[in-house]
Design a protein around this ligand. Structure first.
Ligand code: SF4
Ligand code: SF4
Ligand code: SF4
Length: 357
């Protein structure tokens, strides 16, 4: 059962409060490394950074509404390279989802006990140019505060977010060890900390560094607004897909190939996807052709499994000149495949479709 605690926000500054909390936690839990979004002076203003020194926590800003990369592949690599290290990772829901889908492909039964997954509620992120433009008149701390206000209000304000975020299925993390709850939360006063269960809560020493249990209202209000935000975004997804020009609706193979004709095959989308490399590229290059083997079917299985596992992070669309239709295309194909297969990416309990292949 989830354990809901609060952190009292000092001087209305949620970023500083989170930094103080993470620093205290590092001290008592003995982290060796933390992966987190950090403010930088260089563009785009936030970078996912490997922190190996507690002092480095003073630059983290996971609330800044920018997602420079999907950090799941980096975390997977770090965990494989440093199996005995106590690693913490602060991630958005789509990054966590990708991490679990990667983990299933690594054949792990469960992630190591010394890995601590810290998920964040996410009201959405801006495209890089939009974020940088805003950064000219505000600091990243101010942008973080505005994003937190949006989260508190359940994401109702119309914002020029990335298309992937406008149609995001899971604005709240699933299966994180600890979730930093901000949706429906008055973050100028408190942050909600949600531990996945009592055992983890005790093992991670969270009682020592939190400010007591949340009220029933605080917990249930967040759950209600998370549900409302998911529903609102599902509605947005349906509307945007319905309103796409006919050529992008892909009701048949012909319209898909017609769309493909406008793609310049630059490959940036595939290079940006943490799942593609492992599921499709790796699998097809490793495969040995056997007499009678149905090569095309095998490749279609890998393609379908890749799309079934899609976390909706939208990184593949970021550098595509057809950004909007591409993001919607991926999400629409992915939803159709998982519906057929009753598969929900990001659920660590579910095995991959066609797990034997
Ligand atoms: S896709 Fe969802 S989880 Fe990922 S950044 Fe956008 S809103 Fe956040
Ligand atoms: S990034 Fe866009 S243009 Fe480039 S290969 Fe992908 S879909 Fe085609
Ligand atoms: S296909 Fe695109 S949206 Fe899906 S996981 Fe890969 S990068 Fe993210």
């Amino acid at each position: 059962m989830n354990v809901y605690c609060i952190l009292e926000v000092k001087d209305g500054d949620a970023v500083a409060t989170l930094r103080y909390f993470m620093s205290s936690w590092w001290k008592i839990f003995g982290f060796d490394m933390l992966l987190a979004p950090v403010e930088t002076h260089d563009a785009p203003g936030v970078a996912v950074t490997v922190i190996e020194n507690r002092a480095g926590i003073q630059a983290i800003n996971p609330f800044a509404p920018l997602m420079p990369i999907n950090s799941a592949a980096l975390l997977s690599r770090l965990v494989a390279e440093k199996p005995s290290w106590k690693i913490g990772a602060i991630m958005r829901p789509c990054e966590l989802c990708t991490f679990f889908e990667l983990q299933k492909r690594q054949g792990w039964q469960d992630y190591p006990e010394n890995l601590v997954l810290i998920g964040m509620d996410c009201p959405g992120t801006y495209p890089v140019p939009e974020y940088q433009q805003r950064l000219q008149s505000r600091t990243s701390q101010v942008l973080a505060r505005e994003s937190l206000q949006d989260a508190a209000a359940g994401g109702l304000r119309v914002q020029p977010l990335r298309t992937a975020c406008l149609v995001c299925e899971h604005p709240a993390p699933r299966a994180a060890d600890l979730t930093i709850g901000t949706i429906g939360v008055s973050t100028d006063q408190v942050l909600l900390l949600v531990s996945r269960d009592e055992v983890r809560h005790a093992r991670l020493g969270l009682d020592q560094i939190t400010d007591g249990k949340a009220t029933e209202y605080q917990a249930s209000h967040r759950e209600t607004l998370v549900g409302a935000m998911s529903d609102m975004r599902a509605g947005m997804r349906r509307t945007l897909i319905e309103n796409m020009p006919g050529a992008y609706r892909f009701n048949d193979l012909g319209s898909f190939f017609a769309w493909l004709a406008s793609c310049n095959l630059c490959g940036k989308c595939l290079a940006a996807c943490p799942l593609y490399e492992l599921e499709v590229k790796g699998a097809t290059s490793r495969r040995r052709k056997q007499p009678g083997e149905r090569a095309l079917l095998s490749e279609l299985v890998h393609l379908s499994r890749w799309l079934a596992s899609c976390s909706g992070c939208g990184m593949c669309a970021e550098d595509c000149f057809q950004q909007e239709p591409f993001s919607l295309l991926i999400t629409s194909i992915s939803h159709r495949i998982r519906q057929e297969m009753s598969y929900s990416p990001g659920d660590p309990e579910q095995t991959l479709p066609w797990a034997h292949s």
